[in-house]
Design a protein around this ligand. Structure first.
Ligand code: APR
Length: 269
């Protein structure tokens, strides 16, 4: 029998028997028309990709201000590209995990399903997810710093560091959002619209400390949606979640999915 700690709102935190007590979560999901997910680095952790703020997180080893700002890039594009080339190498050598795969399946399960990710690794798409909203960009895309044109590049390792624009010869930068930079306005607007319009909002594998992404689940809660968090550790949004499972997404999502399917079948009789 699988038992994991769950907090049911601010007061109640206790060990739960997954099979019997996933009922309330499944009931909410079975009644939901529109489900929205926000994912973070934690969903890719079980694929072997380091998170940012975890024990061996990237920001524990590397200084964000040296590698993930436009100033750092202009100062030393080679250093920044060597670091992104290294990360691309790691990501290319890994596979999507069971958590990514369940999310791909859920695209067909709910009338309206929207996946918003902070991840730049592209693993949701590699697992088969179609409509992925990437808040922080994508490590497999380059952007010309002069013409702002975006191109895809999957070379591992990169053939040229730093890479240059084929057309104008200017530096290419990773098409990702660095600290101190704004997110794409239309992507952000759409994400807030989707989070205010859903019945259920999942927050999976994010420390919920980086804005504006971290506000999406709270925005959904304010609009009346049920919020379900999946994270081995509590986060600043745990207290606002209707359910918060202290679990790894690659282990918990298949369990939830199995129970959801069992109940769907039962309902159909
Ligand atoms: N399953 C679910 N969650 C997990 C797992 C797992 N197997 N392993 C770790 N986690 C959780 C951690 O407990 C942590 O709360 O995932 C979270 C990862 O948090 P961060 O490393 O802070 O990553 P994220 O929230 O995605 O960071 C947001 O910050 O550095 C920037 O742009 C970068 O998109 C990133 C943003």
């Amino acid at each position: 029998m699988t038992r994991i700690p769950v907090s049911l709102g601010p007061e109640v935190t206790r060990k739960m028997d997954v099979q019997s007590e996933l009922g309330p979560v499944c009931d909410i999901l079975l009644a939901a028309k529109s489900v929205c997910l926000l994912t973070g680095a934690g969903i890719s952790a079980e694929s072997g990709i380091p998170t940012f703020r975890g024990e061996e997180g990237l920001w524990k080893t590397y200084r964000a201000e040296q590698l993930a700002t436009f100033q750092a890039f202009i100062q030393d594009p080679r250093l920044v590209w060597e670091w992104y080339d290294w990360r691309r190498g790691i990501i290319a050598s890994k596979e999507p995990n069971a958590g990514h795969k369940v999310i791909t399946e859920w695209e067909e399960l709910f009338p309206y399903f929207n996946l918003i990710t902070q991840n730049i690794d592209g693993l949701h798409q590699r697992a088969g997810s179609k409509n992925v909203i990437e808040l922080h960009g994508n490590i497999w895309k380059h952007r010309c710093i002069d013409e702002n044109t975006i191109s895809e590049n999957h070379d591992v390792p990169l053939k040229e560091i730093p890479p240059r624009c084929d057309k104008c010869g200017a530096l290419l930068r990773p098409h990702v959002v660095w600290f101190g930079e704004s997110l794409d306005g239309s992507i952000l607007h759409k994400s807030f619209q989707l989070s205010s319009g859903c019945d259920v909002m999942f927050s999976i594998g994010t420390s919920a400390v980086v804005q504006p992404a971290a506000s999406l689940p709270l925005n959904a809660a304010e609009a009346g949606a049920k919020v379900i968090e999946i994270n081995p550790d509590p986060t600043p949004i745990t207290g606002s979640a209707d359910f918060s499972f202290r679990a790894k997404s690659g282990e918990f999502l298949p369990i939830l999915d199995k129970e959801l399917k069992r109940r769907t079948k039962q309902k159909k009789g």
